[in-house]
Structure formats: structure tokens, C-alpha cells
Design a binder for this molecule. Structure first.
Ligand SMILES: NC(=O)c1ccc[n+]([C@@H]2O[C@H](COP(=O)([O-])OP(=O)(O)OC[C@H]3O[C@@H](n4cnc5c(N)ncnc54)[C@H](OP(=O)(O)O)[C@@H]3O)[C@@H](O)[C@H]2O)c1
Length: 241
């Protein structure tokens, strides 16, 4: 059987490194994408340089990976950007900063989802799009407007893709194909509070792999809130601070 292929966008020292290593250990070829990636490539790893403020760079990454290895079955989008403001001045963001953050948090993530869907149409077996989200889906965080706007907009893309394409697979090839899945992954503290500190790189990697391999304890919805060591955990749809 051909190796499964994963791409990790926004791969740095925390979630990125853990995800690359975890998927490699599970038998995947893994391309990892950042501005500082040096282009190094071997049989199982490919360091692809791209600037995700430029959404067109996302398709270039897919072209390179397809040319080198073939169609990915797992796409992780982990890059994010924010221009913080004082909490009382949440709208105090320059238009160009708003646009840059939206490009990273949403437009490039949308292109990654669109390209992932194109790849997923050409293969069977589990195929999974994973976006690193946060608790702003449950409510706004004063002072972090551009982050919340971007995460919420991308959550809409993910929710719609999950709704449409998961059903599509079930309708047309019920026995041959596992459904495509699209997840907004949001690590929380045990009490449901956001991860302002201590975000778990390995915890994300383990949860990503369990979702990609369909090895979660139970059914997980598109809004995949999880707690390190526990897996998917449902929380009220309101920000707990
Ligand atoms: N669940 C929560 O409550 C919570 C809390 C905090 C964070 N998060 C999310 O966690 C994710 C970040 O996790 P992390 O700890 O793995 O971050 P990280 O270690 O900083 O890795 C992110 C990587 O993205 C790359 N990157 C940034 N801007 C880029 C750009 N324009 N083009 C290409 N690559 C870019 C950076 O590499 P280069 O500099 O080399 O490009 C960076 O190393 C974000 O999505 C964030 O919103 C969630």
C-alpha cells in the first residue's frame, strides 16, 4: 500500500514538530510548511517554505507535495496571527493588520481546505482536514479581534465542508470509503477555560492522529474541543473565563 501523506501548515517547535514526528512514527510521509523551512527533502519528510500571508502560496505547497509524493490524506493548518489591542479598544486595529491576520487565519486556511478537498476526491480511506482553533468559537475575547474573526470565519468553512462532504461520501460509496472529515480542534483546560498558556504540542499531535485514524473513543463533532490526556470533551457553547 502506498504511504499516506500529510501536510502541516504553520509547523513550528510546538504543535508542528510533535505532529510531524507523531505522523511519521505512524507511517506517514509528512511535509511541513513554514517561512523558515529550508526545502530539505528525504523519503519521509519535506520542509516546504511558504509565507501564509499569501494565500496563493498554499496551492504551490500542494503542487510540490503532489509532484513529490502524491495526494495528501491529512492536512493540518496550524498557522495563526493576531494583532493584540488593549481590551477596552478591540477595534483599534489598522486595516492592513486586520487583512494580514485574516489572510493567515482564514484565507490561506480556506485555500488549504479547498485543495485538501480536491486531493480527497482522488482517494479513498480516511481523509482529514484539521485546523488548530481556539475558544473564540464560544465567544469573543476582548483585545484579540483579528484572531477571533479569523478562527470563527474558518470554523464556518470547516462546518460547511463537514456537513456537505461527509454526507456525500456516505451517499455515494457507503462501503468503499470512510467519510472525509473536517475538524476545528480546540484544546481546553479541564474546566473548559481557554489555553492561554501551556498549549500542548504532543497533546495536539496525539489528538490529530486519533481523529485522522478514526480512533477516538466516540463520535467527535466538527467543533472538536479536547483536553490533554482525555480526548474529545464537550463544553457549553459560551466562553468560560
Ligand atoms: N486552544 C487554544 O486555546 C490555543 C491557545 C494558543 C494557541 N492556539 C493555536 O495554536 C496554534 C499555534 O500553535 P504552536 O504552539 O504550534 O505555534 P508555533 O510553535 O508558534 O508554530 C507556528 C508556526 O507557524 C509558522 N508561521 C507563522 N506565520 C507564518 C506565515 N506567515 N507563513 C508560514 N508559516 C508561518 C511559524 O514558523 P515561521 O516563523 O518559520 O514561519 C511558527 O513556527 C495557532 O493556530 C493558535 O491560534 C490555540
Amino acid at each position: 500500500m502506498a504511504s499516506r501523506i500529510a501536510i502541516v501548515f504553520g509547523a513550528g517547535q510546538n504543535i508542528g514538530t510533535s505532529t510531524v514526528n507523531t505522523f511519521k512514527a505512524a507511517g506517514y510521509k509528512v511535509a511541513h510548511v513554514s517561512r523558515s523551512a529550508d526545502g530539505a527533502k528525504d523519503d519521509n519528510t519535506y520542509a516546504v517554505s511558504a509565507d501564509l500571508t499569501k494565500p496563493s502560496s498554499v496551492s504551490n505547497v500542494f503542487d510540490k507535495v503532489r509532484g513529490a509524493w502524491g495526494e495528501p490524506s491529512v492536512v493540518v493548518y496550524n498557522a495563526a496571527a493576531v494583532h493584540f489591542t488593549e481590551k477596552e479598544k478591540s477595534l483599534d486595529v489598522a486595516t492592513e493588520d486586520f487583512e494580514t491576520d485574516l489572510a493567515i487565519n482564514t484565507t490561506s486556511a480556506f485555500v488549504a481546505a479547498r485543495e485538501a478537498f480536491a486531493s480527497f476526491q482522488k482517494s479513498s480511506g480516511p481523509r482529514t482536514f484539521l485546523y488548530t482553533g481556539n475558544a473564540t468559537l464560544a465567544g469573543p475575547l476582548p483585545g484579540a479581534l483579528t484572531l477571533g474573526v479569523g478562527k470563527n470565519a474558518t470554523a464556518h468553512v470547516i462546518r460547511l465542508a463537514e456537513q456537505q462532504f461527509r454526507d456525500q461520501d456516505i451517499r455515494f460509496v457507503p462501503l468503499l470509503s470512510l467519510p472525509q472529515r473536517y475538524f476545528f480542534v480546540d484544546e481546553r483546560k479541564e474546566d473548559g477555560k481557554p489555553m492561554f498558556t501551556g498549549l500542548g504540542g504532543q497533546a495536539h499531535a496525539d489528538f490529530f492522529l486519533s481523529l485522522a485514524e478514526r480512533k477516538t473513543a466516540g463520535e467527535v463533532p466538527y467543533n472538536a474541543t479536547f483536553v490533554s490526556g482525555k480526548g474529545y470533551t464537550e463544553f457549553p457553547n459560551e466562553l468560560i473565563l
